[in-house]
Design a protein around this ligand. Structure first.
Ligand SMILES: O=P([O-])([O-])O[C@@H]1[C@H](O)[C@H](O)[C@@H](O)[C@H](O)[C@H]1O
Ligand SMILES: [Mg+2]
Length: 283
């Protein structure tokens, strides 16, 4: 029973690598850009094609109807985004689509697997850097097969913090996001960063390169795999109000420890976002 999901974990790594190869090849060709929720929420044929490849490979391997899927591009096309107790794959085929379009060199494939609403494992393939991050519950976190660990910094003044601006440019959101960043910068911290992919940002927390990454407005597919990786690297995940992380709430703080997480949370100006699992009419 203990190793029930090992085959799925190993297969997810294979699939993530194959997806990353597709993204690398597609980046060498001309990229046709389309938009989704706003003019800065970009999507390409590669996002859609790579998601089809991932879901197709997993279905071929595990059989039709046995597993559920929550994929960024399928949800964009109207598929439900509800996490049930059934074995469920949570997939972002191209995390960092804006980076991909612009040739900014951080793009990741993010694949997570949950059973009974609990995350069992996560795989993030930062495909342009060729870094394969993976973690399985209780078994540690790895980058290219080397075990990784969060930083041991407890003093916020010695930290680097990541946040992102997302794709919602409403004035309230932008004002609050920048106000939060200003307050954190002026604590002061050593620096503020952002790679343009939430999944990679979480892996940077997991390797100890930065102390924390937080964002309001991310989606479950951006953070599900990274959540396992951060936790297995010794880090912590919280809601931006300090409560437990809710994968569907679109709010997250990931940090190396509770001291850093709580210090960041003191400065976060919260604004409302519609949950990933809200009924369609509220989206
Ligand atoms: O759209 P996408 O490139 O898959 O994912 C986005 C990236 O992770 C970005 O870093 C984050 O700021 C956005 O909130 C995400 O939506
Ligand atoms: Mg994403």
């Amino acid at each position: 029973m203990e190793d029930q999901w090992q085959r799925a974990y190993d297969f997810a790594v294979e699939v993530a690598r194959k997806a990353g190869e597709e993204i690398r090849k597609a980046g060498e060709r001309e990229i046709r850009v389309m938009t989704k929720s706003s003019t800065v929420d970009l999507v390409t044929k590669t996002d859609e094609r790579v998601e089809k490849i991932i879901i197709g490979s997993l279905t071929d391997e595990f059989g039709e109807g046995t597993h559920c899927f929550i994929g960024e591009e399928s949800v964009a096309k109207g598929e439900p985004c509800i996490l049930t107790d059934k074995p469920t794959w949570i997939i972002d085929p191209v995390d960092g689509t804006t980076n991909f379009v612009h040739g900014f060199p951080f793009v990741a494939v993010s694949i997570a697997f949950a059973v009974n609403k609990q995350l069992e494992f996560g795989v993030v393939y930062s495909c342009l850097e060729d870094k394969m991050y993976k973690a399985r519950k209780g078994k540690g976190a790895f980058c290219n097969d080397q075990q990784i660990q969060v930083s041991d910094v407890k003093d916020i003044h010695k930290s680097i913090i990541i946040s992102e601006h997302g794709t919602d440019r409403s004035p309230e959101k932008v004002t609050k996001t920048f106000s939060t960043m200003q307050k954190i910068l002026c604590i002061p911290v050593h620096g503020l960063r952002g790679s343009g992919t939430a999944a990679t940002n979480m892996c940077l927390v997991a390797t100890g390169a930065v102390e924390a990454f937080f964002e309001i407005g991310i989606h479950c597919w951006d953070i599900a795999a990274g959540a396992v990786i951060v936790q297995e690297a010794g880090g912590i995940l919280l809601d931006v109000d300090g409560g437990p992380l809710d994968l569907m709430s679109r709010r997250m703080v990931s940090a190396n420890n509770e001291t850093i997480a709580k210090r960041i949370i003191k400065e976060i100006e919260i604004f409302p976002v519609v949950r990933d699992d809200a009924p369609a009419e509220k989206q």
